[in-house]
Write a protein that binds this ligand. Structure first.
Ligand SMILES: CC(C)(COP(=O)(O)OP(=O)(O)OC[C@H]1O[C@@H](n2cnc3c(N)ncnc32)[C@H](O)[C@@H]1OP(=O)(O)O)[C@@H](O)C(=O)NCCC(=O)NCCSC(=O)C1=CCCCC1=O
Length: 381
């Protein structure tokens, strides 16, 4: 009987059709701000599976906390298409450079300086953003979000579109929408209720309070969490988060909540004196990719397609309405909120005086350029 290798050599076609939309390196599409790296896939025992790879899609915009520009969104769509069509790819690992941020969503500088006041332009941007989320949800390979740092705003949305998330425990999660002039309708309002329940989704999507990786694991928004802070050469759990007990004296769950007061400040100081090491994060990601490798590929893809359906159905139901609303929103609140973040500083603050705005609207004040200017954080009365 012929061996499998002999059968492969004899029956594999000499020419394979390229199903990619364009034949361009991902990096060339956005000056390297999105990287596409095929890394050899490994078995459980660490041995390389010859000819099989994991496709790493890496956001490379660290100065802006790996926020995505329009060009990066275009490159990301093509990167996921490339991985999805590549016969040699076992799984996609979606991550960002560095250890501060996976992604903090749309680029607020571009939002403030180009899209603010231009709803027709933002509508076209949102076509691209929607296609990026759909490309993740439609990828024929399992998608692992390697949460190398904070996952905020649209970064949380594209992260939740992935099939698995593994986080280093200094990463925070959350939305920014109603604080910066947007609504988390780029996926969060579709995915959060499914993943963490309606009540916790409401808290996250409206109040925009960040939560820790340990809380994200408890809520079920990530599959696993690993320590990343080394102090004196020893790995310690995130020192700003309660990790050594589950309940407080009243029986309330405190595990994963941020510490407060002096304890929180002491934790911040310990983070400053330590160093971040993502070795365990990469080990966990490699372990998961090795498990995905040891499966039938078509059965894996079918399982992904079925298990994605709740997210996909919610996403497809709302994404076009969301796109239209977000475009028009660039005339008033997005125009104001993203400009405030972009033009503000740590000193002046980066959010508007929400009460002042509410007081004006309560009197029927119309949205004018003058009103918007008066709300910019640098303008102090
Ligand atoms: C809370 C933060 C994420 C982190 O705060 P902090 O730790 O205090 O860091 P900062 O000093 O704020 O930021 C460090 C520098 O990074 C720049 N930065 C951070 N985020 C972005 C971003 N998204 N775009 C561009 N630049 C960013 C920041 O300006 C600092 O640089 P500088 O030179 O100014 O010192 C906080 O950073 C934060 O709130 N960031 C903004 C989060 C945000 O609003 N994202 C967009 C949300 S909307 C969105 O993503 C959407 C997606 C699709 C659907 C529609 C939509 O709205």
């Amino acid at each position: 009987m012929a061996t499998t290798d002999e059968i492969i050599a004899r029956t594999a076609p000499g020419h394979l059709i390229d199903h990619n939309l364009i034949d361009r390196d991902v990096e060339s599409l956005c000056d390297g701000m999105v990287r596409y790296e095929k890394r050899p896939a490994k078995r459980h025992d660490g041995s390389v599976a010859e000819g099989i790879y994991n496709a790493w899609i890496i956001f490379n915009n660290p100065k802006q906390y790996n926020s995505y520009t329009t060009e990066m969104v275009k490159a990301t769509i093509l990167a996921f298409r490339r991985a999805s069509a590549d016969r040699e790819v076992n799984a996609v690992v979606f991550t960002g450079v560095g250890d501060k941020a996976f992604c903090t969503g749309g680029n607020t500088k571009e939002y403030a300086e180009y899209y603010a006041g231009n709803p027709q332009e933002y509508r076209q941007y949102m076509r691209l953003f929607n296609d990026m989320v759909s490309a993740i949800l439609g990828c024929d390979r399992p998608v692992v979000c390697r949460v190398n740092g904070m996952r905020i705003g649209g970064g949380q949305e594209i992260g939740m579109a992935c099939d698995f998330s593994i986080a280093q425990d200094l990463a925070n999660f959350g939305q920014a929408g109603p604080k910066h002039g947007s609504a988390a309708i780029g996926g969060a309002t579709d995915f959060l209720p499914l993943m963490i329940g309606c009540e916790q989704a409401m808290v996250s999507g409206t109040l925009c309070e960040p939560f820790s990786a340990h809380k994200a694991a408890r809520l079920g928004i990530i599959a696993d969490v690993v320590p990343a802070l080394k102090v004196g050469g020893k790995l310690v759990a995130n020192p700003t988060v309660v990790t050594d007990r589950f309940l407080d004296e009243y029986g309330r769950i405190v595990h994963g909540e941020f510490k407060t007061g002096a304890d929180f400040k002491a934790g911040q100081a310990q983070i400053k004196e330590g160093e971040v090491d993502l070795t365990l994060l990469d080990q966990k990601v490699d372990e998961l990719c090795a498990k995905l490798l040891e499966t039938f590929p078509e059965c894996m893809t079918k399982s992904l397609e079925e298990l994605r359906k709740p997210k996909l159905q919610a996403w497809n139901l709302n994404k076009e309405n969301s796109r239209a609303w977000l475009a028009l929103n660039m005339m008033n609140e997005a125009r104001t909120g993203f400009r405030a973040f972009n033009e503000g500083t740590k000193e002046t603050g980066r959010e508007i005086d929400f009460v002042k705005l509410r007081q004006g609207l309560a009197k029927g004040t119309p949205w004018t350029e003058e009103l918007i200017e008066s709300l910019m954080p640098a303008v102090k009365k």
